[in-house]
Design a protein around this ligand. Structure first.
Ligand SMILES: NC(=O)c1ccc[n+]([C@@H]2O[C@H](COP(=O)([O-])OP(=O)(O)OC[C@H]3O[C@@H](n4cnc5c(N)ncnc54)[C@H](O)[C@@H]3O)[C@@H](O)[C@H]2O)c1
Length: 249
């Protein structure tokens, strides 16, 4: 196990990609604390990880609430003594033509995909600074690189996910001498349960834009997160790694 004894926080752990990332980190020896707004997926994940002999926690919290996030992270830190890895994965898109977006729609996208990343990262960085060690990996999107061509009418989402890239690069520089790396993955369309609703026409339209003509596998994405957390990735920081079958080329 390549990350034996490490303590990891994974946001959105109750969802499809967050679950895959949590399982992959646990398999490598991490204790995993999942943070999520919804308790159902979180409870299932915690039970499954514990049954497999892993140390796991689940904390239900709205990541858009600064104070609630600070206290959730302080609780984990108090129980575990520190946090080695943070995966900012929670988020999600909204499809709405720009001319029909309300101010509330915009704020929802910025809060859910960007402010949430600030809130959790802000809560975790002090403990990483104290230990002069840490790994932060955030999940952006191909929408940030390509303006959301895979999902039309995703202006708010694409903008917020581009903000995650800016945060990654800026924070990577700020923490570079502290042995804390900050990286970001920009996935293309993943084969998650949300894709089960695709009509054959919709699926073909998606695949026609992707050079490999295939969707991403959540397990592969999870392995990329693991890779960025390994000791051998110590020299990689501020990177934006597209994992999209070549869609962003
Ligand atoms: N699935 C894809 O094809 C794809 C592609 C590119 C990027 N992404 C990104 O990957 C991440 C995970 O996507 P997914 O497909 O697993 O989605 P998902 O909907 O299955 O999971 C997202 C999880 O985040 C949680 N969440 C959302 N907002 C929250 C908040 N304010 N507080 C706490 N929890 C919150 C949800 O409850 C959910 O469990 C998202 O950031 C998404 O934008 C996904």
């Amino acid at each position: 196990m390549r990350l034996d004894g490490k303590k990891a926080i994974v946001t959105g752990a109750g969802g499809a990609l967050g679950g895959a990332i949590s399982r992959a980190l646990a398999r490598e020896g991490c204790a995993v604390a999942g943070l999520d707004l919804r308790s159902d997926g979180l409870d299932q994940l915690r039970t499954a990880l514990r049954q497999d002999g892993h140390e796991a926690e689940g904390v239900q919290v709205d990541l858009c609430d600064f104070d609630a996030v600070q206290s959730a992270v302080a609780g984990i830190r108090a129980r575990w003594g520190g946090i080695d890895i943070l995966v900012n994965n929670a988020g999600g898109g909204m499809v709405r033509p720009f001319a029909e977006m309300s101010g509330n729609d915009w704020q929802q996208m910025i809060d859910g995909n960007l402010t949430s990343v600030f809130n959790v990262t802000r809560a975790v960085v002090p403990t990483m600074l104290e230990r002069r060690s840490g790994r932060i990996v955030s999940i952006s999107s191909v929408a940030a690189l390509r303006g959301g061509r895979l999902v039309r009418h995703a202006t708010g989402y694409a903008t917020a996910k581009a903000g995650v890239i800016g945060l990654t690069k800026s924070l990577a520089i700020e923490l570079a001498t502290e042995h804390i790396t900050v990286n970001c993955i920009a996935p293309g369309a993943q084969l998650t349960p949300a894709r089960d609703n695709d009509t054959p026409e919709r699926r073909e339209a998606l695949l026609s834009q992707i050079p490999t003509r295939s969707l991403g596998r959540p397990e592969d994405l999870a392995e990329t997160v693991v890779f960025l957390c390994l000791p051998s990735a110590r020299y990689i920081t501020g990177a934006v790694l597209a994992q999209d079958g070549g869609h962003s080329i």
